[in-house]
Design a protein around this ligand. Structure first.
Ligand code: ATR
Length: 278
């Protein structure tokens, strides 16, 4: 058979995207599935995103991932959207139903919830969750977190009005409160604290003083790799269990792969493989 007839063309678009782990992750999923894929990392900006995605769709592409800072733009470009993408106002996945009809989806929240289920050894139902940060990353995961029925989600952010806006936007889905970083008090009890700020990606920035972390809390960083190092060092000194976002990355990718191919990947071996250089 003509090799091109079975080749599934995919890509991730972002800026920067050179160091993206997605080509490797999807390559490992394809091996499991016995599928022949081409998954490219394409650097582009908002202005050229539509053109670049169209070129992929026209060349027989099945779909693509979108990463920072293009997720909102990708959502706007799609003809249709899943409820998840609509709630987030952002897409990390596009499925080409036809070359000119794109469906937006957002698998970030599912990715986080699935990785948390593994890390926390159980359910998020009834748990007390704190989120530090109120940007695009939080909007992308909040709907799926609230769908797990936590007791409460508290959003702390430097700019209080952004935290308040998010808590109002999602208030119909569960109990949410908001406050500033100064409200992160000792004695508040959280089972899970999620770092969703971009500040911890820089090693020279003073980290927020997360006084609400208890010895039993799990600190989950949405970042991974170098961007996770400063928080990992800080948590280690305080004897707090801290996990990076690599598992979430693999889980969100697995859901995208499922949307494109119908194949459910076994994520455990892929998360393990990422611990070794590719
Ligand atoms: P992302 O898509 O990664 O969520 P974003 O939408 O720019 O990126 O959001 C970045 C988050 O990190 C915001 O919550 C931001 O706080 P503000 O809403 O006050 O801007 C937070 N953040 C970035 N730099 C920070 C800093 N130096 N101190 C505290 N919070 C910071």
């Amino acid at each position: 058979m003509d090799q091109d007839a079975t080749l599934i063309r995919l890509a991730v678009f972002g800026m920067p995207v050179k160091h993206s782990l997605s080509p490797r992750i999807h390559g490992l999923f394809a091996e499991q599935a016995g599928l022949d894929i081409e998954y490219r990392a394409i650097e582009t900006c908002e202005e050229f995103l539509a053109r670049e995605v169209q070129a992929l769709a026209d060349s027989g592409g099945r779909g693509c991932n979108i990463t920072m800072p293009l997720k909102q733009r990708a959502f706007d470009l799609a003809n249709r959207a899943s409820d998840r993408a609509r709630l987030a106002g952002a897409a990390n996945t596009l499925l080409f139903e036809t070359p000119s009809r794109w469906k937006a989806d957002n698998t970030d929240g599912i990715g986080l919830v699935r990785d948390l289920a593994r890390q926390m050894d159980g359910t998020l139902a009834g748990s007390r969750i704190a989120i530090v940060g109120a940007g695009g990353a939080v909007a992308g995961v909040l709907g799926d977190l609230l769908a797990e029925n936590p007791e409460n989600v508290f959003i702390f952010n430097r700019t209080e009005k952004r935290a308040r806006a998010l808590s109002e936007r999602f208030s119909e889905l569960g109990k949410i409160n908001s406050g500033t970083l100064a409200d992160m008090e000792n004695g508040a009890e959280f089972d899970l604290v999620i770092n969703a700020t971009s500040m911890t990606r820089k090693s020279d920035t003073a980290l927020p003083d997360m006084r609400m972390l208890a010895p039993s809390s799990l600190l989950y960083d949405l970042n991974y790799g170098q961007a996770h190092e400063s928080l990992a060092t800080w948590a280690h000194k305080k004897n707090i269990r801290c996990i990076d976002g690599r598992g979430m990355l693999v889980e969100q990718a697995a859901q995208s792969f499922f949307l494109w191919t119908g194949f459910r990947a076994d994520t455990g071996p892929v998360i393990e493989a990422l611990q070794n250089p590719g």
